[in-house]
Write a protein that binds this ligand. Sequence first.
Ligand SMILES: Nc1nc2c(c(=O)[nH]1)N[C@H]1C(S)=C(S)[C@@H](COP(=O)(O)OP(=O)(O)OC[C@H]3O[C@@H](n4cnc5c(N)ncnc54)[C@H](O)[C@@H]3O)O[C@H]1N2
Ligand code: MOO
Length: 389
Amino acid sequence: MDRLLRIRAEILATIQPLPAEQVTAGAARGRWLAAAALARVASPPHTCAAMDGYAVRAADVTGAAILPVRQTVYAGDVPAEPLAAGEAARIFTGATLPAGADAVVREEVTREEHGRVQFRDAARPGENVRRAGEDVEAGGVALPAGVRVGARQAALLAAVGVTAVSVRARPRVAVISTGDEVVSGRTPDSNGPAIAALVSALGGEPLRRSAGDRLEAVEAAIAAALRESDAVLTIGGVSIGVRDLVPAALERLGADVRVHGVPMKPGKPFLFARAAERPVLGLPGSPSACLVAFEVFARPALLALAGAARTGRRAVPLRLAEATAGKPGRARLLWAAVEPDGRVRPVGRDAAQVRGPALADALVCLPSGAGDLPEGAEVTTWLLDDDAG
Ligand SMILES: Nc1nc2c(c(=O)[nH]1)N[C@H]1C(S)=C(S)[C@@H](COP(=O)(O)OP(=O)(O)OC[C@H]3O[C@@H](n4cnc5c(N)ncnc54)[C@H](O)[C@@H]3O)O[C@H]1N2
Ligand code: MOO
């Protein structure tokens, strides 16, 4: 995997994030922050009760004690008056602590009768109190740049009063399916919709195009794509057959082909070029190879364009649910399913497979030269289920 990761790093080094724009927090959903989002208000906004009970000055409750209850504070109230020494205030979860109070005693360990509350034990200063800003201080960094705004991030932005944020533009990504068999429909275009869906899941805007097996057609399709998009993905026509026209078309367009052929299985013919200051990623046509090359190279490249701080899949060591026969040579990526017990089971291997990837929720990465692996062997696994935007 090291060589693949080096090639990936070389590709990423050529990619700058797209320009930033200011959008409402709602419109930021699924996009990446271009700058840190700073809290406009603290969270929590006021020092408040963490439990229903009685606000007191802890110094007044150093053991069993009885205090008069002078006020009641509900969530949303502004306390009518400060808490005087020797008094208690009835208070509810989330309600602002009256000035002077420094502890909340849970209702369960008290008894109220005739306007007086009885405490059994000492109150600790700070007990059941949420300090204003203990989660996020006003003016502090709520979210750093490079983070994707999803559901939980939207909650934080709302909590700290952020209504507008700076995010990276959505990448417009041309997805060009090539090959007469695909254009005619004799071979169903399974890669096109898959790659378009993967682009959408990254918050990108896929522009689906196709070109038959004529050099001029492939060249024209790539040239048009370079004009209308921020990145170009081609599918098929990238290995060494006489009808594999993507490399020749790129040459005619004066592209700078930086990578052609990578030591992995499947996905060996993958190509990376720069043309018109844009990245061009040539994915193999064989379905499993296409999707693997997308995972290893294209997805990180598109994430870098979109401004993501983390461009790789989450990699975790998992144990194999079954033995896997070793093969010398290239690093291998196996579509796999994570089982309920946390072990991982490969689901199909041939580069032409469409079913294996469809059943998988992980990719197992075996380094070049990995021999036969027994059941239970630990393997690096990329988890594929974190696309939620
Ligand atoms: N003599 C050699 N032949 C091949 C080599 C090699 O080194 N020497 N490499 C093999 C490897 S590895 C792969 S992977 C494939 C990929 O080649 P291409 O990227 O040029 O892909 P095509 O030849 O255009 O298509 C291969 C296969 O995939 C089907 N296809 C293409 N596009 C789609 C699509 N959008 N949806 C579904 N299926 C698609 C196409 O019909 C072919 O069946 O080359 C090996 N050959
Ligand atoms: O490496 Mo190819 O990618 O065998 O399918």
